[in-house]
Design a protein around this ligand. Structure first.
Ligand SMILES: [Zn+2]
Length: 146
């Protein structure tokens, strides 16, 4: 078993209508052997496992050995990065994170952007410090009780 330190929430960063097949093609195009995420949640709330949790996915460069990566499909609309989660997606994400929380009781649940460096060292990763906006909402706050 891997030593999982974080459960990381992502947005796939494309249209909410992106299919699993299209996502897999993107990963392949990047030259990745494994997908970017262990689980993805579609706009209709369907949860798809892309990779076994014992394997390493490609969610956050430099950290992947200690991560389980989950993503909602979307995060991009009308030319910008925004939270596009539907009610069904929010419900499924919560359910999925609840299950993962049981598997990894000590893991920290946070967003991809929370891995950005804290440039002014005030202990808070502020928007101007985000290396990425992913997942376009504050996962740390939203899932603090999961
Ligand atoms: Zn991400």
């Amino acid at each position: 078993m891997r030593d999982i330190k974080y459960i990381v929430v992502h947005a796939t960063g494309g249209s909410p209508q992106t299919t699993i097949k299209e996502l897999l093609l993107v990963f392949k195009g990047l030259g990745w052997k494994n997908p970017g995420y262990h689980y993805v949640v579609a706009a209709d709330g369907t949860i798809t496992q892309l990779l076994g949790e014992e394997k390493v996915s490609n969610g956050v460069k430099g950290y992947n050995r200690m991560l389980v990566n989950v993503a909602y499909i979307g995060g991009f609309a009308n030319g910008k990065y925004v939270d596009t989660r539907t009610a069904a997606q929010k419900a499924s994400l919560l359910k999925l994170l609840g299950v993962l929380r049981k598997h990894y009781p000590n893991a920290i649940i946070q967003g991809h952007r929370d891995f950005s460096p804290d440039l002014n060292r005030n202990g808070i990763i502020e928007p101007n410090e985000f290396i990425k906006v992913c997942p376009c909402f504050d996962a740390k706050v939203e899932y603090k009780n999961v």
